[in-house]
Write a protein of this length. Structure first.
Length: 319
């Protein structure tokens, strides 16, 4: 391991942050790290100082690993305690350290983990911690001081590129959805927001004027830990997408056009395309008087009074 290898690794991580999706980034970043620092599995995520996990990605570990940790290891995790004491500094634990720890010995027994490098870094705005643990499943070869130092250099960049990946992903979605129709945020398994677009905050405050964050409104947190579920309120709609232990949230204002019947939506869309009464009537097999009736109904339901306002509503709902 040398400066050239470190430089090449970091360049790849920052490239991945721009090019890969949320669901791809962590796996590819860890695969790339393995090329320079040998490990068998890893655990990467966000936690509270109490060791509660807010979101995590178990790499080459069983899916039940996080729940096993929370149930059996959290209260006796000597590795996490040592890493928190040496905040920002990578800690090295060998097989003897695992055997002495009641909690860590369970990881050896159930998952074969016998060594670890672990780094914990603070997220002061949220009173949370980012952690990265790199595991070896055998007693040999032991992690060296050189490997510990290499992990120490890389860990801050893993956090920087991970958050940059969140931002890049949201910017890509926004670029493909128009300037104001929707807004995005990322939250963890406790319903705490980690990255938000300003418009997202504005939209949530349309529905809950007193809400300030960073925890999602209670109406969106139906369970603990937080499980994502789509929401349709009086003023906004919310869609949720799982992404490696976190949730991508997409908020939008509910359009007045959603109250229209299917036929009324068809008529409204035709007016939005600039068609006349007669053209719409001929296209739909209706009389011009019936089309006028539909238009009056559309105006009443959408609380508007002219075609200009209707065109504005239609533009706001275009993909």
């Amino acid at each position: 391991m040398n400066a050239s290898a470190l430089s090449a690794l970091l360049l790849d991580l920052y490239r991945y942050s721009r090019e890969l999706t949320l669901t791809e980034f962590q796996e590819r970043a860890l695969e790339r790290l393995q090329e320079d620092l040998a490990f068998d599995s890893a655990w990467w995520g966000i936690a509270h100082s109490s060791h509660d996990i807010h979101g995590s990605y178990p790499y080459r570990l069983p899916a039940e690993y996080p729940s096993f940790y929370l149930s059996h290891v959290k209260s006796a995790d000597a590795l996490a305690e040592a890493a928190q004491v040496r905040h920002g500094e990578t800690v090295r634990f060998g097989s003897a350290d695992f055997a002495r720890s009641r909690g860590l010995s369970l990881l050896t027994r159930h998952f074969g983990i016998q060594q670890a490098l672990c780094c914990v870094m603070g997220l002061p705005k949220l009173d949370l911690l980012m952690f990265i643990s790199l595991y070896r499943h055998g007693q040999e070869p032991t992690y060296t001081e050189e490997e510990r130092q290499f992990c120490n250099w890389v860990a801050p960049h893993l956090w920087a590129t991970w958050t940059a990946n969140w931002i890049a992903h949201m910017e890509h979605i926004r670029a493909n959805n128009g300037p104001s129709r929707v807004a995005h945020a990322i939250c963890d398994q406790r319903g705490i927001l980690h990255n938000v677009e300003p418009r997202f905050v504005e939209l949530l405050q349309q529905e809950w004027p007193e809400w300030r964050g960073p925890v999602l409104p209670a109406a969106l947190r139906s369970s603990e830990p937080y499980t994502s579920a789509d929401y349709h309120g009086q003023k906004i709609g919310l869609r949720c997408f799982n992404a490696c232990g976190f949730t991508l949230l997409e908020a939008r204002l509910i359009s007045a056009l959603e109250a229209l019947s299917p036929r009324e939506k068809t008529v409204a869309a035709a007016f939005g395309e600039g068609q006349s009464y007669k053209q719409i009537a001929a296209q739909l097999g209706l009389s011009p008087a019936t089309v006028r009736h539909y238009l009056r109904s559309i105006y009443a339901k959408a609380n508007i009074s002219n075609k200009g306002a209707l065109a504005g509503l239609l533009n706001d709902t275009q993909p």
